[in-house]
Design a binder for this molecule. Structure first.
Ligand code: ADP
Ligand code: MG
Length: 320
């Protein structure tokens, strides 16, 4: 059987032009550009918790990096370096080859160099530490929302959650709907370019990994503000929109995880600039509400009626 060193050399050692020293020593050496801060984040995927144990390894490689890129996108940072720590039940060469291919393809797409990590035997666990650069003092923080800001959402919501329901056999979908939802679930596109383009335009930003209600909630809490959200303006995955009358679809849109879109706030006067910036990077954005001085999140239905979060089971969303 291949040694740990052979495995690392074969599957995870690539040139790292952005680092002074990459894989192979006790530590990598990196230096951010002058005038930039390092944005650093870690995210772990655990078999059975974040993915099904028989998941396609190439897709897992993609997603392991994608969820980390999404965190940097939400800060407005440019991703540059990644560390990959793996616990593997066995040294399965075919699995590792596919996993690293999925991981490294997405890394190359974003100009990210894999500069180190750790490899050990254990229950399947995939952990990435990602580092990026952001103009000093300019990062898009959760605590920066201001009263009067508009609330924006990128892309579309609910597709990944619906895809999971489909995968678990809880919901039938037409073939085209299923394909679209499973793509969202397995191959999220982190909104890195959009995050970069929001520097200087947006105030607060977060990536939607646990559902809009929970993630916007983090902005509200950290910024000490509230928000009003218009459900009719929410950008929904097609399969979700066609079934929005059903509580499960509404739940997928508001509380479904794994969408990896961005939710951000910005002054109303910047709406045109934000639309232009989003068009430039080819990502749809929608204004879905506004930040209020009154704490809490208030939802309004298509008829403009308030839908309190505690009504119709909304308060069960948080724990999902
Ligand atoms: P150490 O004993 O110093 O922790 P390791 O034998 O764990 O060193 O790792 C050797 C080199 O390979 C280090 O540079 C480490 O960063 C890198 N490395 C280990 N596992 C991975 C991985 N999964 N992906 C990328 N680099 C890795
Ligand atoms: Mg080690």
């Amino acid at each position: 059987m291949a040694s740990e060193f052979d495995l690392i050399a074969r599957h995870f050692t690539r040139p790292a032009p952005s680092a002074r020293l990459g894989v192979g020593d006790d530590a990598a050496l990196i230096a951010p550009q002058a005038g930039f801060e390092l944005a650093v984040s870690a995210d772990m995927l655990v078999a059975g918790t974040h993915f099904l144990p028989d998941a396609d390894p190439a897709l897992l490689g993609h997603k392991t990096l994608a969820v980390n890129l999404s965190d940097l996108a939400a800060m407005g940072a440019r991703p540059r370096w990644a560390l990959l720590s793996l616990a593997l039940p066995e040294a399965d060469e075919a699995w590792l080859a596919s996993f690293s291919q999925g991981f490294l393809a997405l890394a190359a797409e974003h100009g990210v160099d894999l500069i180190g990590g750790d490899t050990t035997r254990g229950p399947l666990n995939l952990s990435v530490t990602i580092m990026g650069e952001v103009e000093a003092g300019q990062a898009l923080r959760r605590d920066a929302a201001q009263v009067g800001d508009e609330v924006w959402v990128s892309g579309e919501l609910g597709g990944a959650a619906l895809g999971l329901q489909y995968l678990l056999g809880e919901r039938p979908l037409a073939p085209a709907e299923a394909a679209a939802c499973l793509q969202r679930l397995h191959r999220p596109s982190p909104r890195v370019a959009l995050g970069r383009s929001l520097i200087g335009l947006a105030h607060a930003c977060i990536d939607i990994s646990d559902g809009l209600v929970a993630d916007l909630g983090h902005i509200l809490e950290r910024s000490h503000v509230g928000a009003e959200i218009r459900l009719a303006d929410m950008p929904l995955a097609a399969a979700v929109a066609s079934r929005l009358s059903e509580p499960r679809a509404l739940r997928a849109a508001l509380a479904g995880g794994d969408d990896y879109e961005l939710c951000f706030t910005a002054p109303a006067v910047r709406a045109d600039a934000i639309r232009a910036a989003a068009a430039e990077v080819g990502v749809p954005v929608a204004r879905v509400g506004r930040i209020t001085a009154e704490a809490g999140l208030q939802l309004f239905d298509a008829e403009g009626r308030a839908m309190p979060l505690h009504a119709s089971g909304f308060d069960h969303f948080a724990g999902r």
